[in-house]
Design a protein around this ligand. Structure first.
Ligand code: ASP
Length: 462
């Protein structure tokens, strides 16, 4: 290990403290600080990390940052370097099994942590995936391709467009299904834009991620992968979907429509929920159980429409009480062409914003209203204020989720400057983003929750 590697990522104060205690990266240490004692392994840090903290992988599996300035003593007890290599096994090819393509874009699912040290190691070639989840070979012949390696907050038009094009190419080449590994944080954004950019697919397009890395006993990575690969290989639903952990136990995964799904919890594995509807299907390792009939069926042809137009000058404004018009003004002055407002209740903002909204209208900026409540429709006829806003050019966005309306507006403005055409595109449902009605109990049905509630529901549900 080079001198640089011995202290990988450490600078300044943190580096000094490590050196003065003869500790380095992968040292197994007992650290006494003003806040207590910690025992764990010194992890490497990224080059951009701050110079004040030493990061330890604790025995519990959690990582903790210890302030270098608070360390009173550090005893080195040994050294435990991460294993960087997953045993690669050749993925067995069975000509009778369907061909599935797995694209990687990054996120937790694309990596695996060394079980002892917590270092992140990529697991992506078919051989590596097979090495860690051998069950995949029972389902299909898997081909993998890494498109990107980013955490999902870094996904942007370049990656959305690249992914849509890659999907189109692969469908034309003849795969039976597509899986896209993606960070969970913005998976619903990407699912929405792919629902617009890739239309009329003959095969399932399944997005998957994991909330917990595969080193942790509670990881959802392997199960989500198996469910998503099974869906891509066997399901009859040829739509853009998100396939993630269903209930809090690992009984089943859920398939959510790409335009009606949202990450709803920052750390639970059952974080994805269908919003404003019920999920499309349940998937277990054995079966795929449809929960509704209105899904697009799989076809044998290779026709698919890929339209990757996207206007980047679009924004979401999340309204809060006492918002000042300068927020809208700054978007106008910076050349934005579209604004999606997430308004309160049925779709409201305060009166002081009205002059700015009027200005936006005069500058031909497309302004759409959605609701922060997520469930339910924008209703601008109920109160006078709604009617006033419509006169100022604000268009009610029905029950499109704010992020979905943002993606659709970017996509619509990418195709035309004509605001009447944009409106027509926006208000014509393409992939379930606007529905006629929302089931009143949709947020309960099969969406996963506390086991007691699920048991209660299953007892009363016919
Ligand atoms: N921050 C990560 C991401 O969205 C989290 C994950 O992968 O679950 O890329």
């Amino acid at each position: 290990m080079s001198a640089n590697d011995s202290y990988r990522g450490y600078r300044g104060e943190a580096l000094e403290v490590l050196k003065s205690h003869d500790a380095m990266v992968w040292s197994d240490v007992e650290v006494v600080t003003l806040n207590g004692k910690f025992t764990g392994i010194v992890l490497p840090r990224s080059e951009t990390a701050d110079p004040h903290h030493i990061v330890l992988k604790l025995r519990s599996g959690y990582n903790v940052g210890v302030a270098a300035g608070q360390i009173t003593s550090m005893a080195v007890q040994g050294r435990r370097e991460a294993h960087y290599k997953i045993p690669e096994k050749e993925f067995p090819v069975d000509p009778k099994k369907p061909r599935v393509k797995l694209f990687g874009t990054g996120g937790t699912i694309a990596s695996r942590r060394d079980y002892r040290t917590g270092a992140v190691i990529p697991a992506f070639s078919p051989g590596e995936l097979y090495g860690s989840v051998p069950e995949l070979a029972d389902i299909c012949n898997l081909e993998t391709e890494k498109l990107y390696g980013v955490f999902s907050e870094n996904m942007a038009p370049e990656q959305w467009i690249g992914t849509a094009q890659a999907i189109g190419r692969e469908i034309e080449k003849g795969v039976q299904g597509i899986v896209i590994g993606h960070g969970t944080d913005t998976m619903h954004h990407t699912a929405a834009i792919l629902s617009f950019m890739v239309q009329n697919s003959p095969v399932p397009i399944v997005m998957v991620g994991s909330q917990r890395s595969s080193d942790r006993p509670s990881s959802d990575a392997a199960l989500n992968l198996m469910h998503s690969v099974k869906t891509a290989a066997e399901s009859d639903i040829a739509e853009v979907m998100v396939c993630m952990f269903g209930p809090t136990s690992d009984v089943y995964g859920l398939l959510h429509r790409g335009t009606r799904v949202r990450k709803m919890h920052s750390s639970y594995r059952s974080t994805f929920r269908t919003v404003g509807d019920i999920p499309l299907a349940m998937v277990s390792r054995e079966t795929i159980t449809p929960l509704r009939q209105d899904t697009r069926p799989r076809r044998r042809d290779r026709q698919v429409t890929v339209n990757t137009a996207f206007e980047e000058k679009v924004s979401i404004v999340y309204y809060y009480p006492n918002m000042k018009p300068d927020i809208i003004d700054s978007l106008i002055d910076n050349g934005y062409r579209g604004i999606v407002i997430a308004g309160t209740g049925l779709g409201h903002v305060n009166k002081p914003l009205y002059p700015a909204l009027k200005r936006a209208h005069e500058k031909s900026i497309a302004v759409y209203m959605t609701v922060q409540t997520l469930w339910g429709y924008v209703q601008m006829y109920v109160y006078d204020t709604g009617r006033d806003m419509m006169e100022l050019g604000v268009v009610p966005g029905a029950n499109m989720l704010p992020e979905v309306a943002y993606m659709k507006l970017g996509w619509a403005l990418g195709q035309t400057d004509d605001l009447a055409k944009v409106r027509e595109i926006m208000m014509t449902p393409i992939a379930g983003e606007i529905t006629d009605r929302e089931p009143s109990n949709g947020y309960l049905i099969f969406q996963g929750g506390i086991p007691e509630v699920e048991e209660f529901i299953s007892r009363y549900r016919k």
